[in-house]
Design a protein around this ligand. Structure first.
Ligand SMILES: [Fe+2]
Ligand SMILES: [Fe+2]
Ligand SMILES: [Fe+2]
Length: 411
């Protein structure tokens, strides 16, 4: 049992995950947010009870969570075109959500969000066998991708005919993709000018802040620890070259922090920071992450954004500001030559350095496409050279050397 000295709101965590999903490579900006808005309004229009409306909102906010990890390489269009990918992202999303401390129905809603009324969806559920919330997410998701995006691409979204053409468009799918009643409810929403104004990219974030269901559900340190483990795998599985990178760092950070005498709470917070330190890599294109040769300056500039996004994503969650700092500062250097904030020694904490050192050691000792991983002592010697150049503190490298030499787990 981990020290419980942490309380953070689950809705903030889901929001920050939704943000990470929407800014990730191959995804549509604000897709999850707009899907959540549409689904929420359909649920309200149908008169669902308060809990079901809230579940509809949160399930649609993270309905595409299964598009992360090894599926990150596929575009949204590909995932929706091929039935195997459709099924895979639903199933993967279900598995990820099973490890989160959320209402257990939510994972089922996500599992079945591509089922069709006529039974031709990935799991073959038919008609009312499909959970209603899944049906709602499906129609909202479908409309967001295939109608709104196309409308915006043609620049026709201010056209007064839009409402009529949207109604005709959605009616075509009654009784095949969607239940007729659901289409009718949706069509009644389309008459409201507010519905269209709210969906504008410039407004959607503020609009969601106004409608977000009040959910006083908090997660504790144990939950956050488990969530961070799940996410470390999602981050690692994006590329075959990093398939155990975050998990390796988390191992090192855990044992090194223990070696340094930190209490259990701090050890766990540092391990969580290690698990999440590369979450910003969701934004970096795979073609850059997996490029075998030397990166161009422009490509390196993009790589440099990943700790920036790590901090931006994690700072959305109140109560873990310190974890967000340590995770986001893992490429800063004591001499001010790191990135992305060019912090210098006085602004870099010991905890920042622990994550940075774990990252450097793991990177040096793991195999890369163009070289084999270094032996532990060779890696340490390289790190001593870095300390001599003023990049890392000599004192902590010294501690790290003792730790590695005495560690049966890591050597
Ligand atoms: Fe989906
Ligand atoms: Fe979607
Ligand atoms: Fe990194």
């Amino acid at each position: 049992m981990v020290n419980q000295n942490l309380k953070t709101q689950l809705s903030q965590l889901l929001n920050s995950l939704c943000f990470a999903l929407d800014i990730a490579e191959n995804r549509y900006f604000n897709h999850s947010r707009r899907t959540a808005y549409i689904a929420y309004n359909i649920a309200k229009e149908m008169g669902l009870n308060k809990d079901d409306v809230a579940n509809t909102y949160f399930a649609s906010l993270i309905h595409d969570i299964g598009m992360a990890g090894h599926l990150a390489r596929y575009t949204i269009m590909d995932i929706h075109k091929y039935m195997t990918l459709k099924k895979e992202h639903c199933h993967y999303g279900y598995e990820i959500l099973a490890s989160l401390p959320i209402d257990k129905n939510i994972k089922d809603y996500v599992l079945y969000h591509h089922e069709q009324w006529d039974g031709l969806g990935p799991y073959g559920l038919k008609g009312d066998e499909i959970p209603l919330v899944s049906q709602i997410i499906h129609i909202a998701d479908f409309f967001e991708i295939y109608y709104l995006r196309k409308l915006e691409a043609t620049g026709d979204d201010q056209n007064l005919n839009t409402i009529d053409s949207a109604k005709i468009w959605i009616s075509k799918y009654a009784n095949n993709l969607f239940k007729k009643d659901l289409c009718d409810t949706f069509i009644s929403l389309l008459d409201k000018e507010k519905f269209w104004f709210d969906l504008n990219f410039r407004n959607i974030e503020q609009v969601l802040e106004l409608i977000e269901p009040v959910e006083d559900v908090y997660i504790d340190m144990d939950d956050l620890y488990k969530i961070s483990e799940t996410f470390s795998k999602l981050i690692d599985y994006k590329s075959k070259f990093t398939y155990e990178h975050s998990q390796g760092i988390s191992n090192i950070a855990h044992y090194f922090a223990t070696f340094l005498g930190y209490d259990l709470l701090m050890v766990n917070k540092l391990t969580i920071a290690a698990n999440l330190h590369d979450i910003g890599k969701m934004v970096v294109p795979l073609s850059i992450l997996e490029k075998p040769g030397k990166l161009t300056q422009a490509e390196f500039q993009i790589i440099k954004s990943h700790p920036y996004y790590t901090k931006l994503i994690l700072k959305q969650i109140e109560g873990i500001e310190d974890i967000a700092e340590w995770a986001g500062n893992h490429h800063e250097k004591l001499n001010g030559r790191g990135y992305p904030e060019k912090l210098n020694g006085s602004r870099i904490s010991r905890e920042d350095e622990i994550i940075a050192i774990a990252d450097i050691y793991q990177a040096l000792t793991e195999d890369r496409p163009y070289r084999k991983g270094l032996e532990p002592l060779t890696a340490i010697n390289k790190m001593i050279e870095m300390a001599n150049r003023g990049e890392l503190s000599k004192e902590i490298i010294n501690d790290f050397k003792h730790f590695i030499c005495n560690s049966e787990v890591l050597v």
